[in-house]
Design a protein around this ligand. Sequence first.
Ligand code: ADP
Ligand code: ASP
Ligand code: MG
Length: 464
Amino acid sequence: MLVVKFGGTSVGAAAQIDQAARIVYGMRERKPIVVVSAMGGVTDLLLQAGEAAVTGQTRLREDKLWEIRSRHDQAINGLLKDRNTAVAVQDTERIIWEEIQKVYTGVSLLREMSPRSRDLISSFGERLIVPIFARYLSTLGQPAEPIDAREFIVTGEESEFLLVDFDETRKRCQKLTSMAESGITPIVTGFICSTPAGATTTLGRGGSDYSASIIGSCIKAEEIQIWTDVNGVMTADPRIVPDARVLDRVSYKEAAEMSYFGAKVLHPQTIMPAVDENIPILIKNTFAPDVPGTLISVETPALQYSVKTVTSITGMTLVSVEGRGMIGVPGVAGRVFTTTARQRISVMMFSQGSSEQHISLVVNRRDGEQTIKALKREFEPEMERRRIDRVASISEIAIIALVGEGIKGVPGVAARAFGVLGTAGINIMMIAQGSSELNLSIVVREKDAPRAVQLIHEAFELAR
Ligand code: ADP
Ligand code: ASP
Ligand code: MG
């Protein structure tokens, strides 16, 4: 069995949906389970309408919702030429729109959007697209049914620290398998899920990739295919490095590492469920289906290059705890991490100088303030006694990550990277290398990030 996911650009309008549905039609013998994202940009529009509702901008709210509605109407009219079929889909959409209106009226009245309301609001994009996709695939000659993933992807209660309940999800996924086996293609909403009590949750932005791998692992699929708008996983983000090259093979470890550090092509959590069941992930281009794409699996063939990809992640803050009094005092690092853990702040990267005069951590910018406050509180006694001089922060920083299994054991990787950045006058603020030696991470100012990525891409001849 096969799980096949189409991203937002692959279902952005009638012509793209047509292309995606024909790809599914072509593989109908393999009995695929299809996962679909919202039309490109729709999740953003839903959230913008939510913000407008919170700030009482009713007109703006209605304009955004109108834009979403007309994009779906256009797709229906463009794809479903038979009037009765079009009307049937419109009826299904109308029921969803009634709920949308109620939810937005609620947000407008309350003037607040809790994480839970945000999840519910952002769920509508996926819910609106699946009836259209399913009906269109049926008209091509392959029977299909829209499926709401909230019926079977089950998560914990807290939306920000979402944990998927794989045991429960696996049980409920049986329904998908029997449907596909009976010859009806399930067209499943990506991104959305629900708590055991039935509240809507989401897997985070870009989460439809993760939906596909959750389903893939639960039904033990033979392959997970991610169809997008590029030819595969590339040596760098093509918007930053125009001559970035497509890689034929990437290992699970490399893919996990690069998506964690900003390669948007895959949601960072996608790899884990696939690894557990050893399911290969194939990245393909919806608009160039004959291009082989990238195969992500347990191993990659012998590597010629030490570094395979260079990624960047922006929107980070660097926090440091500094002071000469820290030298030789045990437990400082432990207290730093206990403090961030207690505040439920995730630390992207950290380092401690060998002189022990500082400990630096990189956190998401939205957690920056809270991190500083909590650390100042924790080290108040030491700061009074001047053992710790200060807890400081620099925002607007980025992490540049060089990733590749080949980095292990190859001397000079760091030297070459630091060399080109130094020559270009780009200041390196912090470095870290994971013990797996798969990744070398470098912190620079956010404004220097694109240039740093380009220079490193060039220095390691990744475009070759
Ligand atoms: P989808 O809507 O199909 O999920 P996304 O926009 O989420 O697509 O992800 C695909 C995009 O990721 C590409 O268009 C590309 O611009 C960007 N991207 C960033 N880094 C990489 C990379 N290393 N390899 C391939 N694509 C990348
Ligand atoms: N529609 C969701 C988003 O825009 C999920 C996805 O595209 O994967 O984040
Ligand atoms: Mg995506």
